[in-house]
Design a protein around this ligand. Structure first.
Ligand SMILES: Cc1cc2nc3c(=O)[nH]c(=O)nc-3n(C[C@H](O)[C@H](O)[C@H](O)COP(=O)(O)OP(=O)(O)OC[C@H]3O[C@@H](n4cnc5c(N)ncnc54)[C@H](O)[C@@H]3O)c2cc1C
Ligand code: FES
Length: 257
């Protein structure tokens, strides 16, 4: 798939809650299809002290409007700087990068699990997978109710469940404590997840034990984003793999989990 370096126009930067922002970027030209799990590597232009681009999953795409939506959670200096960008500013990015989730078949019953900023590719997959919503369960975990983003525009695409560590929204605990995961997992023949490493490992190990197809989107630290610097390498059963080009999506059976 052809990658391009593009000067996007930042159309809107909307704060969703304390740490999460939604950025709407418009490309000056049409672009090829982008699939859930693929990411774009963004230059933090206004910050000369930040040399490396920062990778962000695509949350949504509108090919008619030539826009890409990102969900940016403040973690360090780069993401903070990006959330301070204002409408009208130019944002340079290389895209589309990486391999996407394997799109489900029509007959699949899928469980999508997102945590933290990992909800971005999960919501995108829920939206475009084209399954009957009754066959799509989406489980989203966060520390507290105030850390969850509003998913009301996605509710038509599946059945949604929430967890919080403090019990302020949905089931108290981690996503792996939710009954959909710990009691009803056999209902599903495919699991897709993105989020904190520990969350994905817990989900992936259970999927391996129960022999359920499971893909995870890894968020290893990256620099170039296209297989040159080797800073994103993951040790897999078939050797070292670049998460930026061989992933970020991997089948759990290929990982040393
Ligand atoms: C494929 C991919 C997709 C991603 N998608 C999204 C997304 O949709 N939304 C979003 O908000 N974030 C996403 N991220 C994470 C995002 O790239 C990082 O939050 C960002 O690069 C951090 O940059 P920073 O300058 O803010 O932090 P830095 O100042 O570089 O780092 C701050 C702290 O965070 C740690 N850190 C930095 N990057 C990561 C990382 N990738 N994983 C764990 N710890 C890290 C550093 O070690 C340091 O302790 C994604 C990452 C990858 C690899
Ligand atoms: S980020 Fe450079 S090789 Fe993956």
């Amino acid at each position: 798939m052809k990658k391009t370096v593009t000067d996007f126009l930042l159309v809107e930067n909307k704060q969703l809650n304390k740490d999460n922002f939604q950025l709407l970027l418009q490309s000056p030209q049409p672009f090829s299809d982008i699939y859930p799990g693929q990411f774009i590597n963004v230059e933090i232009k206004e910050a000369t002290e930040i040399f490396l681009r920062r990778p962000f999953s695509v949350l949504d795409v509108d090919y008619n409007q030539q826009t890409i939506t990102l969900l940016v959670k403040i973690l360090g200096r780069g993401s903070k700087k990006l959330t301070e960008a204002i409408a009208g500013q130019t944002i340079n990015a290389i895209f589309p990068l990486g391999k996407s989730f394997t799109l489900p078949d029509k007959s699949d019953r899928i469980l999508l699990i997102g945590g933290g900023s990992g909800v971005a590719p999960i919501l995108f997959l829920a939206k475009i997978c084209g399954l009957n919503p009754s066959n799509v369960n989406v489980l989203i975990g966060a520390r507290s109710a105030s850390d969850h983003i509003d998913v009301s525009s996605y509710l038509n695409f599946g059945q949604f469940f929430f967890t919080t560590e403090d019990g302020s929204l949905g089931e108290k605990g981690y996503v792996t404590n939710h009954p959909v995961f710990c009691e009803q997992l056999n209902k599903f023949n495919k699991i897709y997840t993105c989020g904190p490493d520990l969350m994905m490992k817990a989900i992936g190990r259970t999927a391996i034990k129960k022999n359920i197809f499971c893909e995870v989107s890894l968020e290893n630290m990256m620099a170039c984003g296209f297989g040159v610097c080797l800073c994103c390498v993951e040790d897999t059963k078939t050797g070292h793999k670049c998460v930026c080009t061989d992933g970020p999506v991997f089948n759990v059976n290929d990982l040393k989990w």
